[in-house]
Write a protein of this length. Structure first.
Length: 175
């Protein structure tokens, strides 16, 4: 179950941990994950209540990604320690390590553009006055074919409904 925990709730959990309440009890009672709770507890002990407010994440450059991976590998940092040090999520660090293992550390410099490529858009429709005679006739032909298909489908639906009504004895009388 994924539940949103606001600042007041997180502060309450930190106060409970200060009083000696176990992680297990807080997890069970309020539905917060162990990983998030333990990470927040470590941050709270180091930096205070400011870490409990929601953050806006920034994009990490390729050079910083490489530096983080090297730091983890050379200093044998755990993902949680590196996450606290650099302010990057544990899951993101896991992805960076996986990329560096599979494709090499230089693969971290490659950034992929996000979103729909510009060539993916639909072609712009021409106004009737901009069309050539052939384009106009093709469009008109296409629209007439569509209209004919719609009429055929409507007629088939009407016939199907009449057949169903006749089958249960509610059809139109012959008189």
């Amino acid at each position: 179950m994924h539940k949103k925990h606001d600042y007041a709730a997180l502060l309450k959990y930190m106060r409970m941990l200060e009083e000696g309440v176990s992680y297990f009890r807080i997890r069970k009672e309020y539905g917060i994950s162990y990983g998030r709770l333990s990470r927040l507890w470590l941050l709270y002990q180091q930096h205070g209540t400011s870490v409990l407010r929601s953050k806006h994440y920034t994009q990490v450059s390729g050079e910083l990604k490489q530096q983080i991976v090297r730091d983890i590998q050379e200093n044998n940092l755990t993902l949680v320690q590196a996450s606290l040090k650099y302010g990057v999520s544990v899951s993101r660090l896991d992805v960076l390590l996986k990329i560096s293992r599979e494709q090499g550390i230089d693969a971290l410099l490659i950034t992929k553009k996000r979103g729909r490529p510009p060539c993916m858009g639909r072609p712009r429709k021409k106004k009737p006055e901009e069309m050539t005679e052939l384009e106009r006739l093709r469009r008109e032909n296409h629209l007439l074919k569509l209209e004919l298909e719609i009429r055929k489908k409507a007629q088939a639906l009407v016939e199907e409904r009449k057949a169903r009504l006749r089958a249960i004895g509610q059809g139109q009388s012959e008189n």
